[in-house]
Design a binder for this molecule. Structure first.
Ligand code: P61
Length: 455
């Protein structure tokens, strides 16, 4: 892909400082070898997450200054609704503090305890809210998604046979809804094709099953459709997003990704009955239906950001930057998930540290080693993130990954070079690296707060 310069100029900067090896050794020990527990000041280049870490534009900041902080019926809510209608095509919106707020509401609304919820690979907060509402998650993603080396162009696709088999097994009436994430975070930021979305829609129409989307990275998904799917070359991303979403009954949205804000989320839908239930619940868990746990200024920033995230030049640069980092690692022989995803480069930690067993926590170990080498923070997305099953046994995911997650409009390719050089240095001395073991294991979403020590 031709390198393009940032389609913006920088108007404000936040100084960052490089630490010493001694400072980093003390910091990672204090953090229990868990990058989630590091202090921001101890981190040089922060690739933990693209969630809430984007840089906002001058248009977003100025919209914030006009935020309406009325408790009820604020103009800011109207601005968000107008932006969702215009850009996503959904008439009804219920704001929440962030994506999991929306996941909480829709799980309670659509799931009757004992029902089943198929989806294209799990995501931690999505699955936990489905389970808390009494649902059982079933992974219906195509097999290629679980193979880091497979170059399938749409690894996020639903396996239609798996979906049909679940319907045949439990009955359509026992399927609360199917949740199609665009892109698929845990598979490596992998997209779903328009053809697959249409095919899932046809099955849902045949059986009367609700088709929902986790639209958190929908703009990046649309950019991959433009790049890879027949008939979409040259079509604006904004148009592709509208077509994608036209097939869904509604979405949960974490605005902290493809709406370019630091906090925010929402439910968007067509069915008034679902909105009515969402409004009954949102006042209990988030706030009035016109603010949903957010300040008016946050709603305005999200209304502007969701439109900016659909810009073709912005997306070509953003995805190009992720690809630049991935290609530098590939050139050095570092094993990564292919094709390179939209929001992150996912290192195949199992291949990288193939002398460690999964019980020696390769991804957790590698994330700590990269931080020790350079102060670059990444995230474990392997056995620790997968957690334990209902019987209390460790889940053993096929993907044991370290995610180098690129915030939007924050770093330059010079920072990407620092990251690549560090990962390559660690790769060159990988045989010296020993694993980690739990010293404290949190019972819920353990990757956030567990602590470890070297074996
Ligand atoms: C595809 C999807 C997400 O990626 C997502 C969040 N993502 C995060 C933050 C995070 C979440 C859960 C973790 O185990 C994790 F370690 C990191 C992330 O870094 O990727 C949410 C939830 O949106 P909320 O964060 O606005 O509530 C829903 N759907």
């Amino acid at each position: 892909m031709p390198a393009i310069a940032e389609p913006y100029r920088i108007k404000m900067v936040e100084p960052i400082t490089m630490t010493t090896r001694e400072q980093r050794e003390a910091a990672i020990r204090a953090a229990g070898y868990n990058t989630f527990l590091l202090r921001s000041d101890d981190v040089y280049i922060d690739l933990l997450t693209d969630s809430g870490t984007s840089a906002m534009s001058d248009r977003q900041w100025s919209a914030m200054m006009m935020g309406d902080e009325a408790y009820a019926g604020a103009r800011s809510f109207d601005h968000l609704v107008e932006s969702v209608r215009e850009n996503y095509g959904f008439p009804l919106v219920c704001p929440t503090h962030q994506g999991r707020g929306a996941e909480h509401l829709i799980s309670k609304i659509l799931i009757t305890p004992g029902q089943h919820v198929p989806g294209n690979m799990y995501f931690t907060t999505t699955r936990v809210h489905q389970e808390l509402a009494g649902g059982t998650f079933h992974d219906v993603i195509i097999d290629e998604a679980h193979d880091p080396a497979s170059r399938h162009p749409f690894k996020g696709n639903v396996d239609l046979d798996k979906f049909q088999a679940l319907i045949d097994e439990v009955g359509a009436d026992q399927i609360a809804y199917i949740n199609v994430a665009v892109t698929v975070n845990m598979a490596g930021g992998q997209p779903v094709s328009m053809a697959n979305i249409r095919a899932v829609r046809e099955i849902c129409d045949r059986y009367g099953i609700i088709l929902w989307s986790d639209a958190t990275r929908l703009a990046e998904n649309a950019w991959f459709i433009q790049e890879r799917e027949d008939g979409y070359a040259g079509r604006p991303v904004a148009e592709i997003v509208r077509e994608m979403l036209s097939h869904f009954d509604g979405i949960t949205m974490s605005g902290k990704k493809d709406c370019l804000v630091n906090i925010g989320g929402f439910l968007a839908m067509r069915d008034e009955a679902i909105l009515t239930k969402a409004r009954e619940l949102v006042v209990v868990y988030e706030g009035m239906p016109t603010y949903g746990g957010l300040a008016g200024r946050d709603l305005d920033a999200m209304a502007v950001g969701l439109r900016e995230a659909l810009d073709d030049d912005y997306l070509t640069h953003r995805i190009g930057q992720v690809r630049y980092l991935g290609e530098r690692l590939q050139a050095a022989g570092v094993p990564i998930v292919e094709p390179i995803g939209g929001h992150a480069v996912f290192i195949d930690a199992a291949a990288f540290l193939d002398h460690l067993s999964q019980d020696e926590l390769p991804a957790q170990t590698l994330a700590a080693e990269i931080f020790l080498d350079s102060g670059v923070r990444s995230m474990e997305r392997g056995i620790v993130s997968a957690g334990r099953d209902a019987d209390g046994n460790n889940r053993y995911p096929k993907l044991e990954l370290v995610r180098l997650t690129i915030p939007r409009r924050v770093y330059t390719n010079s920072h990407m070079d620092v990251v690549a050089d560090s990962v390559i240095r660690v790769f060159q001395r990988r045989r010296e690296i020993q694993g980690l073991t739990f010293v404290y294991e949190s019972p819920t979403l353990r990757f956030f707060t567990s602590r470890f020590e070297p074996l």
